[in-house]
Design a protein around this ligand. Structure first.
Ligand code: NDP
Length: 452
């Protein structure tokens, strides 16, 4: 039998090869390191996982599509963006994962997100594979008509690669209900089919699921609550810092507030707001969801309890809980040290890979409960899969039913991660638990389906 350290050496060689074969993709390298550095115990314990080629196949996307997206702005000028769809792994079901529209998008970013998505989707226990896509298009400051023309052009190429049984995109940064509407409209027009299960995050009344907009944020709070319960605590009365002010952040704040915690911050790329009385969600939703404004407008209109800090780090605000909900690598080692100094008890990732590896290490070493995104933010994709189930049955469930299913799924993900970590001698290490549990499910399916 191979020992754990021999297995780790093999995995380290593979990581070096991944870096050579995928140059200039630091986010993908980071995501691959994060997973492969935790797999040695399970690969050493179960020889079938050491089969040559299994992990090599897992780190290589099944298909990667890149395409030109030309569109006209309101002045009639032609603009050209780049579109991506990485279909990473379909061993468990159709590729499933969001579309991100942000200027920082490139192939490496989409690959990191797609790779994470494989394990996240496996953890939900549902039948969905992993994929991700997007564009370097920046919707900020664009009119509705410009966003519509961009989405139509994007879908004019993407439509040939997706389908309810093939690949089912959804939203992510810069892609919300408005964009999903334009994308779905163009798909329907080109294909002449009412194929509602081809996209999730649709509007209610045309195939969307109740609770889908809320699901990622709500799910992350439920995951944080489950981590606290393990330590004999609950959310009641805890102060929370939340970053971001988009879909995930808004519904994280909503659920924290509903469960008795005080969420005191939100942010965007211009800076952050701290509000001692707790974030007023009606005001934040009005500014962000209706007016598409910036967070400084919140502080201006809220009165004396709130102040806007341009730039700066939201993690400087003392709190019991931290829920990063904006973007990758937004919480670094210095920020983690500040959180620890201020007595943080739990960090739960609403965003994908928001915490740098050094920060994760520091938090875990300090005994902080740390919920990795692939477990903690899986509620969004889980409810997307429930949306697909409703579309397939041509029915819609009540909000109460969807919320109940979401709560069950989050409890089950927490239990799975917790028990798996214990089984592999890493009690309380949700990173190891999530990676191994997700890996086992995908690897078993890949082995059963042969070398493809
Ligand atoms: P939104 O576009 O709705 O909101 C993103 C928020 O993060 C905005 O406040 C945005 O500010 C801020 N942000 C984005 N990029 C940066 C940056 N580079 N620097 C500073 N702030 C930034 O996206 P979502 O809420 O949907 O997504 C947030 C995170 O959650 C992402 O990591 C996403 O992958 C992850 N996620 C989302 C899911 C979903 O269901 N939507 C599911 C699972 C994970 P600004 O407007 O100024 O750019």
């Amino acid at each position: 039998m191979t020992t754990r350290s021999e297995t780790q050496t093999t995995l380290d060689h593979l990581l070096t090869e991944i870096e050579h074969r995928n140059p200039a993709q630091p986010e993908f390298h980071q995501a691959a390191h994060e997973v492969l550095e935790t797999l040695a115990p399970v690969v050493a314990a179960r020889p079938e996982y050491a089969e040559p080629g299994l992990i090599e196949r897992l780190v290589e996307p099944e298909r990667q599509v890149m395409f030109r997206v030309p569109w006209q702005d309101d002045q009639g000028r032609v603009r050209v963006n780049r579109g991506f769809r990485v279909e990473f792994n379909s061993a468990l079901g159709p590729y499933k994962g969001g579309l991100r529209f942000h200027p920082s998008v490139n192939l490496g970013v989409i690959k990191f997100l797609g790779f994470e998505q494989i394990f996240k989707n496996a953890l939900t226990g549902l039948g969905i594979g992993g994929g991700k896509g997007g564009s370097d298009f920046d919707p900020h400051g664009r009119s509705d008509a410009e966003v519509m023309r961009f989405c139509q052009s994007f879908m004019t190429e993407l439509y040939r690669h997706i389908g309810e049984h093939t690949d089912v995109p959804a939203g992510d940064i810069g892609v919300g209900g408005r964009e999903i509407g334009y994308l779905f409209g163009q798909y329907r027009r080109i294909t002449n089919r009412w194929e509602s299960g081809v996209l999730t995050g649709k509007g209610q009344g045309w195939g969307g699921s109740l609770i889908r907009p809320e699901a990622t944020g709500y799910g992350n709070v439920l995951f944080a609550a489950a981590m606290l319960r393990e330590r004999g605590e609950d959310l009641e009365g805890q102060t929370a810092v939340v970053s971001g002010s988009g879909n995930v952040a808004i519904y994280t704040i909503e659920k924290l507030t509903a469960l008795g915690a005080n969420a005191v911050t939100c942010s965007d790329s211009s800076g952050y707001v701290v509000d001692e009385k707790g974030i007023d969600l009606d005001l934040l939703k009005q500014i962000k969801e209706v007016e598409r404004g910036r967070v400084d407008a919140y502080a201006e209109r809220r009165g004396t309890s709130a102040r806007f800090v341009p730039g700066g780090s939201v993690w400087d605000v003392p709190a019991d809980l931290a829920l990063p909900s904006a973007t990758q690598n937004e919480l670094d080692e210095n920020a983690a040290a500040t959180l620890v100094r201020n007595g943080v008890k739990a960090v739960s990732e609403g965003a994908n890979m928001p915490t740098t590896p050094e920060a994760v290490h520091l938090l875990q070493k300090a005994g902080v409960a740390f919920g990795p995104g692939k477990a903690a933010n899986a509620g969004g994709v889980a409810v997307s899969a429930l949306e697909m189930a409703q579309n397939h049955a041509r029915t819609s469930w009540t909000a109460a039913r969807v919320e109940e299913e979401l709560a069950d799924i989050m409890t089950s993900i927490h239990t799975t991660c917790h028990e798996t970590a214990e089984r592999y001698d890493a009690p309380g290490d949700y990173v190891t638990g999530a990676n191994i549990a997700g890996f086992e499910r995908v690897a078993d399916a890949m082995l059963a389906q042969g070398v493809i």
